[in-house]
Unconditional design. Sequence first.
Length: 354
Amino acid sequence: MTQLNVELGARSYPIRIGSGLINNKAEFNNIIKTKRVVVVTNETIQPLYLESVLSSLTDFNTSYTILPDGEQFKTLEYFEKINAYLLEQNCGRDTTLVALGGGVIGDLVGFVAACYQRGIPFVQVPTTLLSQVDSSVGGKTAVNHPLGKNMIGAFNQPQAVIIDTETLKTLPPREFAAGVAEVLKYGLICDLAFWQYLIAHQDKIQTLNDEEIRYIIQRCCEIKADIVAKDETEQGLRALLNLGHTFGHAIEAEMGYGVWLHGEAVATGMVMAAEVSLNRGYLTPTEFDEIKLAITAFNLPISKPSSMSASDFIKHMKRDKKVSDNVMRFILPSALGQSALYSDVSEAELIAIL
Ligand code: NAD
Ligand code: GLY
């Protein structure tokens, strides 16, 4: 078992990484301070892991609610349904929510926890690679709106993140690949040595070798915890974690939520950002090819949907949360393994790559 901490003063919390953690009562008993617990999960995860989690929560008054599975349910409608469940069950402020699932469940439950009776505690139990390396850490919670991805939400840190690496064994390969997109992102934004490690250990990562999987989750969480501790509400540094996301969110919104997986859209978005960097001379053609090769090797797409025009992208990108004073801002690789926020990307540069 490895423990990292997200250092946020009184709101600091542990990230615990290990095999079989959801079967361990002590994991939950040491963290949850309320008598009442509500587990929120979805219909795919319920038959796989709900029973294990419930058997670790027998010291609490526990109930659960099951949502349909999919990005298309990360909406205000389902936010409202979870709140209605809590009210029907007479849950008070002395209730802890447990988000058991991937980033969709984690983002939705975290947002409910921010709002229900003005805020109740929650614990993240992420079960996808993407949620274990990214979405469960750092307190960004949100729902989608038809006009934009993650447009309604709150910064709300969990009480703890419990990462059981065993859960990855049931993850479909396409979902695993989507998680690798966010893993590659950490290497590209700030850790060249990690980027090189990912390329060198590609085969063992793909076959879920324990040592490599544990290491990549730990390294991603270390980087994310460090960035979040320095810039919780994204005043600057944290924006780097959005490499590829401005393009990626446009793909997700335009194609319909759930058609392209978030990680797939981010993978293509990172290639698009890298192409802007190539045209600016920040990356050499060899480095640009290395990025495309690595992304392809992990079974991720590198080309935008053929149905999307430049104006489709620009329409969505103008609503991006990084837009300030009507100026679009982009995270671009400034070199291989480094990145920065740029406010001077012209529409002509975008059209050249779109
Ligand atoms: P997801 O939550 O939709 O999960 C992917 C699929 O895998 C679902 O069908 C789910 O039911 C299934 N699943 C989950 N765990 C499983 C397991 N162990 N075995 C078998 N199937 C399992 O998607 P995701 O990729 O985890 O998360 C994507 C979401 O995360 C997006 O909404 C994205 O916007 C959000 N996100 C948030 C942040 C953040 O900082 N809050 C960061 C990155 C992404
Ligand atoms: N996934 C981006 C962030 O947490 O800031």
